[in-house]
Design a protein around this ligand. Structure first.
Ligand code: PMP
Length: 424
């Protein structure tokens, strides 16, 4: 195997990385199932499925086959004025799979852009209905919805990654989640006062992911749906992380029995193979854009919108959800995570252990030396990427029980050894 010289590295600008001090990243050459093979021959058990995307494991032969066939026929064609079979099939299947009348899919190529489209849809929904002034979004503390400028404005302003940019984007309306009577009353009062400025409420249902893997019960969603209806604002659920089985049901909103006005999807949409995102609107939202006036149309259209390879990968991923027992696998992973992460609770430096669906979290009091912690995990031959004080697992649903045990044991071991502390 040819070694690639490390001098190539400064040409690549890595995400969320101080390029001056960052350690040289590992070099992946192959992925299969829940394994990542490195250039030096090491094989890591993957605990996070490439930022929660590869829900069927890597290189699933069925996705491979459908995408390869599409590659031979038509890798891409613009969606402007043309449609194609993969986008027709995917929109049809999403409208059947999603609850209620979430029937109209607008495709983009990343989660952040899908959220931006949802924001534009919500703002223009009111404009098209002749209501002025509803240009703001209401979002929640610890929320995360993307890294582009508009989505940064609805992320948590302090805890999020974007505090440096305060003032560079429009100020939105920030609230606490309605977890109890007091916070629900506060949100009710806030909406009563500011509803004339607000187009939509936006939330990651059940799990605020990048904000710290913070869970909330389905009742929070029930309250939000009721408050959105009471104050006549739209409700957007960002299911980019939670969608496609991660929390135990196909979509997190099903656990609350509510239907958002707009839902955003990405990550596991293509089984983690090709970038694709969707912003799906209910009928009343879609119908607000139907008019004899061209200016009422949704003015958005990414060049690679609904790329046929990506839509085909998504259709193949949906085939797998239909044919294979994914939700049962999520339930089994959940049970195993609960049993095997629980012993971490009594370790020194551990603040909390929590599990929801195929998400397992060990929250530490603090992490003093993140690089040491990451290196210690790799030394156990596992791929786990802690952030801030969160060590978490979001494995592929096809992971074997032995592989999962290797992950949970590695986490227990590195925490017990204090690998998150600076060496004495
Ligand atoms: N919303 C949520 C809930 C996310 O978890 C993410 C990505 N972590 C995004 C939006 C942004 O998606 P992308 O990184 O594809 O732009």
């Amino acid at each position: 195997m040819n070694e690639i010289p490390l001098t190539y590295l400064p040409k690549i600008w890595l995400p969320y990385t101080q390029m001056k001090t960052a350690p040289v990243p590992l070099h992946a050459v192959r992925t299969e199932g829940s394994r990542i093979t490195l250039q030096d021959g090491r094989e890591l058990v993957d605990g996070i499925a490439s930022w929660w995307t590869a829900c069927h494991g890597y290189n699933h032969p069925h996705i491979h086959a459908r995408v390869s066939e599409q590659l031979g026929r038509m890798p891409h064609v613009m969606l402007g004025g043309l449609v194609h079979e993969p986008v027709r099939e995917l929109s049809e299947r999403l409208s059947i799979l999603l609850p209620g009348d979430l029937d109209h899919s607008f495709f983009t190529d990343s989660g952040s852009v899908a959220v931006e489209v949802a924001m534009k849809m919500a703002i223009q929904y009111w404009i098209n209905r002749g209501v002025q002034g509803r240009k703001k979004l209401l979002s929640f503390r610890n929320g995360y919805h993307g890294d582009t400028l508009a989505t940064m404005s609805i992320c948590d302003p302090e805890e999020g990654m974007h505090s440096l940019f305060a003032g560079a984007f429009p100020e939105q309306v920030l609230a606490d989640l309605p977890r109890d009577e007091t916070s629900s009353a506060a949100l009710d009062a806030l909406l009563a006062e500011r509803r004339h400025e607000i187009s939509a409420i936006i939330l990651e249902p059940l799990v605020q992911g990048a904000g710290g893997m913070i869970f909330h019960p389905p009742e929070v969603l029930v309250r939000l749906r009721a408050l959105a209806d009471k104050h006549d604002v739209l409700l957007i659920l960002d299911e980019i992380f939670t969608g496609f089985g991660r929390t135990g049901t196909m979509f997190a909103c099903e656990q609350a029995g509510i239907i958002p006005d707009i839902i955003t999807l990405s990550k596991a949409l293509t089984g983690g193979t090709v970038p694709l995102a969707a912003t799906v609107a209910r009928r009343h939202v879609f119908e607000a854009f139907l008019s004899d006036s061209p200016s009422a149309a949704l003015m958005h259209g990414p060049t690679f919108m609904a790329n046929p390879l990506a839509c085909m990968a998504a259709c193949a991923s949906l085939d797998l959800f239909e044919r294979e027992p994914r939700l049962e696998q999520v339930a089994a992973i959940s049970r195993q995570l609960r049993a095997e992460l629980e012993p971490c609770r009594v370790l020194s430096g551990v603040r909390d252990v929590r599990v929801l669906g195929a998400i397992g979290v060990v929250e530490l009091d603090s992490v003093d030396d993140m690089n040491r912690l990451k290196n210690a995990l790799v030394a156990c031959n596992v791929w786990v990427r802690p952030f801030r004080r969160i060590v978490y697992l979001t494995p592929a649903f096809t992971i074997t029980s032995d592989e999962l045990t290797r992950l949970t044991q590695a986490i227990y071991h590195v925490i017990r050894e204090g690998a998150f502390r600076k060496p004495a």
